[in-house]
Design a protein around this ligand. Structure first.
Ligand code: SF4
Length: 350
């Protein structure tokens, strides 16, 4: 589906050049506006001080910066985690989470409002699917985070990583998602390095195969969560369409084509998928693959019968993976106190 071009965040520098020509403006205005959006991080045309007043006014009327309305920002983890709730023009919620660490700042971006995948442990899945976001709406979330980092007064002065792990399945909105990545990668503008992007998929095989063909190499993470199809289908219903063998075949082909390491996400649920048997099955599955496993301690989601794995079980699981030479880390929990952690995004703010 092609995206509507109606805000500055939806426009490439070439789109802007065409618009300026149309409006009878000198050609250099396009680059000035583009730099205001992506380099100076202007939050509206009013802030573009070297543009004539009339042009600023016309932009505000006809080409505002974006279409997301920032409804609320919450902070947690002593100011190091910021969760934004945005509203689409039809009021549907979109959430983004900025995490500031000692050496980097990462924003987790949504690609859809809600999600159709219905993973049993995820608050977004319970919300259901509302709509795909445009590329511009994904770009807007990143620019919001970049401004937050700039204003946070922490050691890290600029946004360094973008992970598409918020609401939605990115590969079900591939064209818009990829347009957003390319825009943010543009050296004339935001200039984020290809390897600073990570996309997370529930295992949409067509998307993995398409990504393998792209020239620009972004990081791929696959949400696995179980090592056999029966259990995975219970946790991730999309497994019926994309079962484990099909996913692994696509991942093998991806690694062969790109020579890039793939991450597997594995959320740990007490007594469901966190036993030694499941850990050993996982090592069997991933043996010989150029990969890394992220173990994710589950974060509470109301209305599910699931519980988080005890710390001891998390460490035992990790130990088995290490013993079988499967590289693996336990993800540091962020944003639990403001429902901003993995799987908690549901557009609800206390
Ligand atoms: S875990 Fe990801 S794919 Fe699954 S329902 Fe939640 S947002 Fe969708």
């Amino acid at each position: 589906m092609s995206q509507a071009i109606h805000t500055l965040c939806d426009m490439s520098v070439d789109d802007l050049a065409a618009l300026m020509k149309d409006w009878g403006q000198p050609a250099y205005r396009a680059k000035q506006i583009y730099e205001h959006v992506y380099v100076n991080l202007a939050d509206s045309p009013d802030a573009m001080s070297n543009l004539p007043l009339a042009l600023r006014g016309r932009l505000s009327q006809e080409r505002p910066l974006g279409s997301l309305e920032l409804a609320r920002v919450q902070t947690g983890d002593k100011g190091k985690t910021h969760k934004a709730l945005f509203r689409l023009p039809d009021d549907a919620p979109v959430e983004s989470v900025l995490m500031i660490y000692e050496d980097r700042a990462t924003v987790c971006v949504s690609t859809q409002s809600g999600c159709a995948m219905k993973c049993s442990f995820c608050a977004t899945g319970q919300l259901g699917f509302t709509r795909n976001l445009t590329a511009g709406q994904m770009v807007e979330q990143v620019l919001w985070a970049a401004r937050e980092v700039r204003n946070a007064g922490s050691e890290v002065k600029a946004l360094s990583n973008v992970v598409f792990m918020g609401m939605g399945e990115p590969f079900n909105n591939y064209d818009n998602w990829w347009a957003a990545v390319q825009r943010l990668h543009d050296p004339v503008g935001f200039d984020m390095g290809a390897r600073n992007f990570t996309v997370s998929t529930v295992g949409v095989v067509t998307g993995i195969r398409r990504l393998a063909q792209e020239k620009m190499e972004v990081n791929l993470a696959v949400s696995l969560h179980a090592a056999n199809d029966d259990l995975r289908t219970r946790l991730v219903p999309a497994n019926k369409k994309y079962p484990i063998p099909a996913i692994l075949e696509a991942v093998r082909d991806y690694i062969q084509a790109t020579r890039r390491r793939v991450s597997f996400e594995y959320v740990l649920l007490q007594g469901v998928n966190d036993g030694p048997q499941e850990a050993r099955a996982l090592t069997e599955l991933l043996r010989g693959l150029l990969c890394h496993v992220n173990l994710i301690p589950w974060n509470p989601v109301p209305g599910t019968p699931l519980g988080p794995s005890e710390r001891r079980r998390v460490l035992d699981f990790q130990k088995i993976l290490h013993e079988h030479h499967v590289p693996c880390t336990v993800r540091v929990q962020r944003g639990v106190d403001i429902a901003a952690a993995c799987g908690q995004l549901a557009g609800a703010h206390p």
